[in-house]
Design a protein around this ligand. Sequence first.
Ligand code: BES
Ligand code: ZN
Length: 960
Amino acid sequence: MEEQQNVRRILLFTILSSLALSARSWAPYRLPSHLVPEKYSLKIITHLEDENNFAFEGSVDIRVRCLQDGTNVTVHIKEPLKVVEEGVKVKAASGEEEGQELDIASHDQDLDNDFYVIGLSDELKQGMTYIVHIPFRGKLTQLLAGYYLSSYVDLATGQKRWLATTQFEPTDARRAFPCFDEPAMKARFSVSLGRSNNLTSLSNMPLNSTEPIENMPGWVWDHFSESVPMSTYLVAFIVSDFEHRVSPPLGPRHNDVNFRIWARKDAMDQVQLAIDVGPQALSFFEEYFDVPYPLPKQDMIAIPDFNSGAMENWGLITYRETTLLFDPMVSTIHNKQRVISVIAHELAHQWFGNLVTMKWWTDLWLNEGFATYAATLASNQIEPTWNLMDESAVEGYMIVTNLDSLKSSHPVSVPIGNPSEIPQIFDTISYKKGSFLLRMMSLFLGEVTFRKGVTSYLKTHRYKNAEQDDLWRALTAQAHLDGSLPEQVTVKDVMDTWTLQTGYPILTVTRNYDNGSATIKQERYFGLSHHQEQNQHWWVPISFTTQDEINFEDTSPKHWLPNTSSMEIFDLPASDKWVMFNLKASGLYRVNYDKKNWDLLVEAFNSDEFKNINVVNRAQIIDDAMNLARVGKITYDIAFGLLNYLKNEREYLPWRAALSNLGYIENMMRRTGEYGVFKRLLSPIYDEVSQSSPKNKTLFLIKQHSQIIAWACAYGVGDCVDQAKAAYKSWQKMSDPDANNPISINLRAIIYCTAIKYGDEDEWNFAWERYKNSNVGSEKNLILGSLGCSREEWILRRYLDWAMEDSSGIRRQDSYTAFVSSANGNIGYHVAYNFLKNHHKDLFDYYGPKATRLGRYYSSVGKSMNTMPEYMELKAIGEEPSFSLSKLTVEQTEEKVLNNIEWRTKYFDEIVRLLKNILKICRKAAPVVLTISKTFEKCFFIANKQLDVITIQLKDVRKK
Ligand code: BES
Ligand code: ZN
């Protein structure tokens, strides 16, 4: 029987492939192109009443148009969905035969490609429309994909409540109903949901009518309005007992979209932020895109079990609780920033993604990159004092230059081979590099041109699909109209070099100090010094300023470096003045200079002049210098000469850049023994920071405060650890610690982690109790992150076991938080790594369709490895089938380890010298800390001692 089926499958497969290939030279996993869907009538009854049989059943009528004669109807289905074959019908819906049924010859499944194929004896005729009727049923799973189950405990009764919800992107609509599950197969949807009458149902469109279901007393049908044309991955439906609140209208100048926020009853006190932010962001985008939001309503709902952060289903956006809900008494300012930016991101998708959708997943970046970029713009308008544009520039610059320095990175616009690759490209490249490149375009074309071009792109392709060339075309037309791009150059010329090639360039500026000229050479930047790539070049927008000019505001390109290897420019200043390129990180490129210009810059930074240099450029040059030193393009002398100025720096962003780069060095040294070597650098600023408390201060002040304290506590600077332990103790002593927490909200993560790290079972159990009792997602998440800070092996082992047991109270969606936080600790690293070695198969089963998650496990242990034996072992694990859905991350992690090995072998002596530099910094910090002379003495003393210890330890390591 099975054999027979196999033969049929293979036969079918061959026929289908050749059919498809001859028609459009499609790959076998693409749907054949002879039919396109126009409209779905979808009916689903959801059974939540029987704990032993959570299930759904229904039928779909798909009206399809025939573009080419054919004898099969091929749609997507995937487990747990089952077709009820006896009920399948294909009827003519136009022409003389309208209403007549076609003869069905066979039903087949191609499991490799998720196809269900109805073979017909009669021919489907080009130009005709048909109705394909398919009844189906399926089980509701807990796998966070398709139509799945979520649950929560009702606080008043202590009872578990269930809900059913969808997550379809990228390719899981086929797990819920038979459909043409490709983004370009847009159609209208009429959804009807059958539910028990004590529940509520929601879908993309407003509810139209409700009527009893025949022969099912206590059950009703909810009929929703017909949708606009949209892709299957954006369809959503939910059956729950949730409550909602309506956002008040913004005022007469704004749209009248009905905006509602939904959550479980006990979380309704956390919806105020979303109530406020949602309509503001929606209205920002209507203005920004100059295209109205086309649906009459927008629902946003917090789902207790949710795989990713949020999902932009048109008119029914689903969120994790942590990304929609906010409790001002408990949630941190980070949480607030996250909620605002996620709401903005998903609302931006209503245009970029929903209204205009990528033709194929290759251009996913158009969706995700744009939503990411536009989210920053909207958030910036909502919280104008937060400096979000600067923060996202620096964050984007650091994260993208880092990942994209790997050979195993990938182009922004990425060919998709096997569909298993689709979930993997929801990554830093699509989101952050995509977003950074859009910002780059907006800066070189000018904001007005960029916006008009985008609007024209959206208007041209609305309710349809597009690829990046369509965006380039719209922007080029606008740019030439506005004169913001030379006539002979197109946006495509420029941007193809950025989106079709992997990587980004490093510019080397070599000045001729005699005549004020300079040669600018470009090559691809690699994180490993011996990689070389001769043939890659980019169109680079070149901006710079000089010591005479000091103008960081004009980011429009002074020159274009065309996609050739080098050029000369002639407008540089006198020989004793510095020049600085790439203003405010307006382009995605690093810059290296000749030694003399570096010296001039280092001198400027170490004088009062540093304040005149834009703060983004301060952070950016720290990141450049530390990375150039890391690959041997400049010496660590220069890089640390620059860092030396930090003793006078009080701004958040430069410190963030410095600490994250020092973090790399620290990470490389952590398992060589004692590793708190950089604490000396922090002493002066810690003394300052720990004595101030940034109440009602700006976002950056709060972040600066907490990042310095985090480092201080991690390296035992000053009294940080004692303070943290004391604060935690005072919480433990509270009579009702779930209601009364004396610890300052934005320091909780650091204080919990420190107290648990230096504490024992008591501290751990106390936090675990608070975790179980908390009703706020972000608080739960924060505690999970701290529980991994323990240094007790048995506690950590138990923690990781619990993280995979549903009964422990740790949700599947949060399991990796426990793992990653453990892997970050020194002891935890070993526990986590062993756990991964022993349990990757279990994890693979546990995650099911969402097993791409294993990539995070792999990278969180791999990132601090730096020896050959470690590499070999890690690589062998990465080859296991458990990691088959995380290939990209596995490869990138392996390459990072190779980089680490090179760095470690090469810079051994450098590190020792670097430690001496830290001593020097201690000395130079004297003026700042003279008033706190005790700290200074301590700093000097410990640094000396530390240096000896580390030198000895490093020598040991080298011998091994
Ligand atoms: N479209 C994505 C959701 C998604 C992610 C679907 C991965 C399938 C796979 C959504 O718009 C999104 O980008 N969510 C982010 C949060 C966002 C604010 C960065 C996420 O889930 O991480
Ligand atoms: Zn997104």
